[in-house]
Design a protein. Structure first.
Length: 147
């Protein structure tokens, strides 16, 4: 089907897995799509080593995605309460606004750019302080003179 482009089916599975993983890690940030990326990667590897019919490829994809979902669920539920504690240290830390926050924008914290929300209007280049965290969004406020 894609031979005219020099691609085999297993190339497409691996490409799909990579694209899904990148979308998850950069845009979504919730880890839910990683199971799909893992399933596509497993099919890509299996199809590169053996001739699998399209039905078998979809079956492997479904089984691998289900297994990855179970593994991610197990790993995430194991440290559920600790995860909240792992981000609480960020509250009170200083960030630099890289994209105007009014009420949403982006800030830099420890060389990573984060989504940010604030009740204050913050301009790029201005320092701010983290007052809360929800997933991959930092809630920030203007940095007071005495901080």
């Amino acid at each position: 089907m894609f031979e005219s482009l020099g691609l085999e089916v297993w190339h497409l599975w691996l490409l799909a897995g990579c694209v899904i993983a990148v979308v998850e890690l950069i845009l979504v940030g919730s880890y839910y799509l990683l199971a799909l990326a893992a399933g596509a990667g497993v099919v890509g590897i299996a199809a590169s080593m053996t001739e699998l019919s399209m039905q078998a490829q979809w079956l492997v994809f479904i089984l691998a995605t289900a297994a990855a979902t179970g593994l991610l669920y197990f790993l995430r539920s194991k440290g559920g309460d600790e995860e909240i504690d792992n981000i609480s240290f960020m509250v009170g830390k200083q960030v630099k606004v890289v994209e105007d926050v009014s009420p949403r924008g982006r800030v830099d914290y420890k060389t990573v750019t984060w989504e940010a929300e604030s009740e204050d209007r913050l301009q790029a280049g201005e320092p701010a302080i983290i007052i809360g965290v929800n997933g991959s969004t930092l809630f920030v406020a203007k940095l007071k003179e005495n901080n």
